[in-house]
Design a protein around this ligand. Structure first.
Ligand SMILES: C[S@@+](CC[C@H](N)C(=O)[O-])C[C@H]1O[C@@H](n2cnc3c(N)ncnc32)[C@H](O)[C@@H]1O
Ligand code: SF4
Ligand code: SF4
Length: 320
């Protein structure tokens, strides 16, 4: 019998230690959301040349050991398009999370986190994510076994366009069998012309205020910390991001693995790809890492009971 072909080794990303990482397991997606940072022109995103399952599992394990990765966020494209591989890869890390559009059902991963993206109430969500998607995701959320030990959160990526629907969204999902709702805010490119971002951060402050008010109304549903939302406001945001990501904890401690040309991983500027505008970054995780660090909880698990991520803050007993 001939020897098996050796598996390709990962690209050399230097010697840095990254307790956290995210991986785009595929660049393929069945949806086409207008705000999506993954499919921006400057990012590695070709759906061709995908890495086969055995190679991806081998490379993730190698990178885990080299860079000390303990938390892995599986995303894409749509990660559930490679469900079998993702379910194997989850076992490689002490802490795993999957962020999914929910249209392929909600995976059962006891002890781990599944974040399901919905971008507002049914009408607004479907304008962004496609007709019928809200109903399909709702059906999947209600169809799962809510006692299987998987933590399931909804996440809304708030933009200037869908922000009018915040209150209605909460009315629609507050009673769903989920562990909570998280919010992240639009991350634009430099000179963003999509109209999805706010004129300036002051305008975004008004939306942050509305989320803070909603948190008072639904304290057990909304998992975002009020203190973190306050840190996102225009008078302070730059302290945690810097002009060019130099203050950003997420950039420092998280290894982003995008699927590049040639079927090898590439590391973009940050989790949100290349050509991002840090001065207007709305990534909740950036500010929540800074908040947790200020509380002496900088080592809190990213995707666990105390975490954040693009994925979600899971704090069942938040006092704020
Ligand atoms: C890129 S998607 C990949 C996983 C999966 N396809 C999904 O939609 O959940 C991961 C998360 O990033 C959010 N997102 C996409 N573009 C964004 C942007 N420009 N700013 C902030 N969040 C964004 C999505 O709404 C989703 O919740
Ligand atoms: S479903 Fe996720 S990956 Fe696909 S386009 Fe929408 S945000 Fe991007
Ligand atoms: S865009 Fe946001 S996440 Fe990326 S480096 Fe800038 S501040 Fe950090």
């Amino acid at each position: 019998m001939s020897n098996p072909v050796p598996l390709a080794e990962p690209t050399n990303f230097g010697e840095g230690q990254y307790p956290y990482a995210l991986v785009n397991v595929t660049n393929v997606c069945n949806l086409d959301c207008r705000h999506c940072f993954v499919f921006r022109a400057d990012n590695p995103q070709s759906p061709r040349n995908k890495m086969n399952d055995a190679t991806m599992l081998h490379q993730l394990e190698t990178l885990r050991d080299k860079h000390g990765i303990r938390s892995m966020l599986f995303m894409g494209g749509e990660p559930m398009i490679r469900k079998d591989m993702v379910l194997k890869a989850i076992k490689l890390f002490p802490e795993s999370a999957v962020v999914t559009n929910g249209t392929y059902g909600i995976p059962s991963i006891p002890g781990h986190l599944v974040t399901v993206s919905l971008d507002g109430p049914a009408d607004l969500n479907d304008l962004i994510r496609g007709k019928g998607v809200f109903a399909k995701v709702k059906e999947a959320v209600f169809a799962r076994d809510a006692s299987d030990g998987t933590t399931v959160m909804l996440q809304m990526a708030v933009t200037r366009e869908n922000s009018p629907g915040l209150e209605k969204f909460l009315e629609q999902v507050a009673e769903w069998p989920i562990d909570g709702v998280a919010f992240s805010f639009y991350v634009p490119v430099k000179n963003d012309e999509t109209g999805l971002g706010w004129k300036d951060l002051k305008e975004r402050d008004k939306v942050l205020e509305r989320v803070i008010a909603l948190k008072k109304k639904y304290p057990h549903v909304i998992k975002s910390h009020t203190a973190t939302l306050e840190m996102m406001k225009s008078d302070r945001a730059i302290e945690w991001t810097g002009e060019h990501g130099e203050k950003c904890i997420l950039r420092r401690d998280t290894l982003p693995l995008y699927m590049g040309d040639g079927g090898q991983f590439e590391k973009p500027f940050c989790c949100y790809g290349n050509d991002v505008d840090c001065t207007r970054c709305g990534a909740y995780a950036v500010f929540n890492r800074a908040y947790l660090a200020s509380q002496g909880r900088g080592n809190a698990p990213r995707y666990g009971r105390d975490g954040s991520a693009d994925a979600a803050p899971i704090v069942k007993d938040t006092a704020e």
